[in-house]
Design a protein around this ligand. Structure first.
Ligand code: SAH
Length: 479
């Protein structure tokens, strides 16, 4: 993060705005809505000031600001659009140690003015760190749509019960659970449906129930969530929702760092990743840990790369939970095969190329490649191999030996869907050499079949991979 986001209390305090055009009007408006006394400096106010100039907290000065004007001032905005005047304003503000922001002149800014969604008392501020204000504005528009207007009122309503809840529920965790269940449960439903009275009644009943000890006896829940292949944009809404409500998260090596930043900040993080041939934590320990945590009443998030039920041992992890009657939910994710194929321009099926697609793993139970070759070398079929990078030579040799043409197109997608995605393509006969030359380290997926040639037909060049992916990464800005 390049900037520290804070919400400044300017109620009853002095804010200075230098300028009389549109940018100045926007700043005056914002400062007024936060309760400031605004001093505007300009010879003439534009039409934009129509509603503002008569405001009781606005003082209009016809002259330019002077050092004495910065006394007791908390924030100064420069919007005169005159270079020399902006510079002077910045210097005076610095001498007086007042935070200053000059519109569109980064060198004269102590802070950035974010794009704002105002559902007071709920406020969302978005910044792109000055890199792409347009993206921040687009995001703001999306959030505007997402956040029902009544959310602001809901926040105020909830605020009215805060002290009572503080008194009755002593631990931070129990309060957080209470509020989450309240807001996302019946109380929130009633309130947003316009029935404030019923919402209040429910809230007090829930509070009594929580305070009479029911909460400590409560059993937790385990959420087995697929995090997709790496690009955070490929998470499901449900995955994100659960990630933001978890108490503890157990995560794998395959879960990307960008995705981990979306997990609730104060959730406890436990790395249970496995490198090939190196097991940080054995499967039984992971399952036992989940049982233990759930018994303590925790909301346990088991976050796995791709989809938990596709070569993810998700089923195995659930068996112990079922035995102990721990409630659990499974949330699917985009598996590496579909993520990598889409981001590499390879349709896994195509009427002219492949009518079926088989997903296999080259990592047998005891490290032995024991595959049903007859079924794998059928024509008109795409084969996708998980965990096959280290055996790509043996694999391609076996495919050829069992009847596939050495000219069959093949590709290896390394770090698929991530910013560092690389695609090595070739044919069964030379793919192993090309992989070796490329030096890729995985995680990587092998795709074999004539659909791989579609990449060229679609003119899916390396640059294209990059731009499409970078676009989707940029969309993260400010979130
Ligand atoms: N449950 C996961 C798969 C786990 S097995 C899923 O549904 O995707 C681990 C294998 O998945 C890796 O060895 C690799 O073959 C593949 N894989 C996972 N993420 C990948 C990525 N971002 N790019 C390429 N391959 C990936």
């Amino acid at each position: 993060m390049d900037h520290l986001p804070i919400f400044l209390d300017v109620k009853g305090k002095k804010v200075l705005v230098d300028g009389g055009n549109t940018p100045a009007a926007r700043r005056v408006e914002r400062a007024l809505s936060a309760g400031a006394h605004v001093h505007v400096f300009c010879p003439k106010m534009s039409d934009e000031f129509r509603q503002l100039r008569a405001h009781p907290r606005v003082t209009h000065h016809l002259r330019a600001p002077e050092p004495a004007d910065f006394e007791d001032c908390v924030v100064a905005y420069g919007a005169s659009e005159i270079e020399a005047r902006d510079k002077r304003l910045y210097e005076m503000a610095k001498d007086a140690r007042v935070l200053v922001n000059v519109a569109d002149v980064t060198k004269y800014c102590d802070f950035i003015t974010p794009s704002v969604v105002d559902r007071s008392p709920l406020v969302v501020a978005i910044s792109s760190g000055g890199n792409a204000p347009v993206i921040a504005r687009i995001l703001r528009a999306r959030i505007e749509v997402m956040l029902p207007a009544a959310y602001g009122r809901l926040a105020a309503f909830v605020g009215g019960f805060r002290d009572r809840v503080m008194q009755k529920l002593k631990s931070t965790e129990s309060r957080r659970h209470f509020w989450e269940n309240t807001i996302e449960g019946q109380v929130g439903d009633h309130f947003l449906a316009g029935d404030e009275e019923k919402a209040g009644k429910h809230l007090l009943e829930d509070l009594d129930a929580a305070a009479t000890g029911a909460e400590s006896a409560q059993i937790g829940e385990v959420f087995l969530v697929g995090a997709g292949p790496g690009d955070p944009d490929l998470l499901t809404f449900r995955a994100l929702h659960i990630m933001q409500r978890a108490d503890v998260v157990l995560f794998d090596r395959l879960v990307s760092d960008e995705i981990m930043t979306l997990v609730r900040r104060d959730a406890k993080r436990v790395y249970v990743g496995k490198m090939p041939q190196q097991h940080t934590m054995v499967q039984e320990d992971i399952s036992e840990m989940m049982v233990e945590l759930a018994k303590q009443g925790k909301r346990v998030l088991r976050l796995k790369g791709g989809d938990p039920f596709i070569f993810g041992r998700g089923g195995e992890e659930l068996e112990l939970l079922a035995k102990h009657d721990i409630p659990f939910q499974v949330i699917p994710g985009i598996t590496a095969a579909s993520g990598c194929a889409s981001y590499a321009g390879i349709p896994l099926t195509h009427r002219d190329h492949a009518q079926s697609c088989v997903l296999i793993t080259a990592h047998g139970k005891d490290g032995v490649l024991d595959l049903d070759w007859e079924r794998l070398v059928r024509p008109d079929q795409t084969v996708v191999v998980y965990m096959g990078l280290s055996s790509v030579g043996i694999l391609s040799g076996q495919f050829i030996k069992h009847g596939l043409d050495a000219n069959t197109p093949a590709a290896v997608v390394d770090n698929g869907t991530r910013a560092n995605q690389r695609v090595v393509s070739g044919r069964l006969g030379n793919i192993a050499d090309r992989v070796e030359q490329s030096g890729i380290k995985g995680p990587a997926l092998i795709i074999i079949g004539s659909v791989v040639s579609m990449r060229d037909d679609l003119k899916w060049f390396a640059d294209h991979d990059k731009t499409t992916h970078q676009m989707s990464l940029q969309a993260q800005d400010g979130l």
